[in-house]
Design a binder for this molecule. Structure first.
Ligand SMILES: [Zn+2]
Length: 74
């Protein structure tokens, strides 16, 4: 991700960094309601990331759960 692609919530940004470190693809879609996606390319599965999650801890946990599930794929 380049500069300007950071998530405004630190908890979520940290989880996105962990996803990238695990080999998952993080895409930032500026044109939609969602902030973007975390993608697992080998199995085409993904999780949506909200721009304004109600609970940033839960959003981060959701990403971490996805990482745990897919880190073996990448
Ligand atoms: Zn996977």
């Amino acid at each position: 991700m380049g500069i300007g692609d950071r998530h405004q919530k630190k908890d979520v940004e940290a989880a996105l960094k962990r996803a990238e470190a695990a080999g998952l693809k993080v895409t930032h879609d500026k044109n939609r309601h969602n902030w973007g996606l975390v993608l697992c390319c080998p199995c085409n599965d993904y999780v949506r990331i909200s721009c304004t999650p109600r609970n940033t801890g839960d959003e981060a946990k959701k990403i971490d759960a996805f990482i745990k599930e897919h880190r073996a794929c990448a």
